[in-house]
Design a protein around this ligand. Structure first.
Ligand code: PHE
Length: 342
């Protein structure tokens, strides 16, 4: 018994002095003391030689020995993960590797900016499905079947369902808002739209729009003009000039297209404005009485204006981007250039 206690005292000293530097040393320690054939286990094995009246006392000695051996191991456990060595190899004077943050897509930046301008005028955002039915995309908007104006927007139809299509504009969301019946209405409808066009530097089979709708009593064309004037000045600055040209859309009467003085050349004439000094940025008009009627709104009581613009076009002007395909190619060298808000 005395012999064993002495032995334990010697091992205790050994453990106390032990300071491993490597995972290997630690592992050897584990095998020696804590392994299934290790010293701790062997010492417990000696218990049976101890006379009964001293078993309790010896048990206490054994338990604290085991505890010590285990604590020592736990203290250096991180060596196992190589952390100790890695830490020793770190040079804290080296500059840190920078976290690479993502950037917002330029289309999102410009969309958010447009939304923000209209929100300050009291417009709220409305959204709707990208797969639409014929009624919301065309018929309700005064484009009955066989109407020639349907050809203005080459449409992708869903082959399994004759009535379904990919929306060609977010005017479909305006129809849904009008049908919901809560007046007055002041909404903007941002979203992705689809048209069957050949992909080139200036056209794509999908792009993004923001359309707007304002319906109340006594809304006039002057309100439309003033709203759009404000929008353009907020987006492009005070110096930009604006003009309206008469146009045609089945869902508005009268209809107009709006041009701004070319922000690349300031109106002098360049390749972007095709040497005219002007670029078209949106279509607009007073909501056609038939459209109001189709959506359950009394055209005798209410009038309204609507407008719609392509976000790609505006983004290209704003950042002088020459090829629309860059927006959807996910080339990070292109995307990384657009940091922060505009
Ligand atoms: N929906 C039209 C388009 O996609 C834009 C527009 C909206 C024109 C509202 C007039 C009024 O081209």
């Amino acid at each position: 018994m005395e012999q064993i206690v002495q032995q334990i005292a010697a091992y205790t000293q050994e453990i106390q002095a032990f300071e491993p530097k490597t995972a290997e040393e630690l592992e050897q320690y584990r095998i020696k003391f804590l392994g299934s054939k290790g010293i701790v286990k062997a010492m417990f094995g000696e218990m049976k030689q101890v006379p009964n009246e001293r078993k309790k006392e010896f048990g206490q000695v054994l338990n604290s020995f085991k505890q010590l051996a285990e604590e020592k191991y736990a203290q250096f456990e991180e060596l196992k993960n190589g952390a100790g060595e890695a830490q020793a190899a770190v040079d804290f004077s080296l500059p840190a590797e920078l976290h690479r943050l993502g950037t917002r897509h330029p289309i999102s930046l410009v969309r958010n900016k447009i939304i923000h301008i209209f929100e300050r005028l009291g417009f709220t955002v409305a959204e709707g499905p990208e797969i639409e039915d014929d009624w919301h995309n065309f018929t309700a908007l005064n484009l009955p079947e066989n109407h020639p104006a349907r050809d203005m927007q080459d449409t992708f139809y869903i082959s399994k369902h004759p009535d379904w299509l990919l929306r060609t504009h977010t005017s479909s969301v305006q129809v849904r808002t009008m049908e919901a019946g809560k007046l007055p209405i002041r909404v903007i409808c941002p979203g992705r739209v689809y048209r069957n066009e050949t992909i080139s530097a200036r056209a794509h089979c999908f792009f993004h729009q923001v359309e707007g709708l304002y319906i109340d009593e006594n809304v006039s064309f002057a309100d439309l003009k003033q709203t759009l004037y404000h929008f353009v000045k907020e987006l492009f600055g005070e110096d930009v000039r604006i003009r309206f040209r008469p146009s045609y859309f089945p869902f508005t009467e009268p209809s107009a297209e709006m041009d701004i003085s070319c922000i690349i050349c300031g109106g002098e004439g360049c390749s972007v404005c095709k040497h005219t000094g002007w670029v078209e940025i949106l279509g607009c008009g007073m909501v056609h009485p038939k459209v109001l009627e189709n959506c359950g709104i009394d055209p005798e009581k209410y009038t309204g204006f609507a407008f719609g613009m392509g976000i790609e076009r505006i983004t290209m002007l704003k950042y002088q981007i020459k090829d629309l395909r860059l927006f959807s190619e996910n080339d990070t060298r292109f995307l990384e250039q657009f940091t922060g808000a505009i």
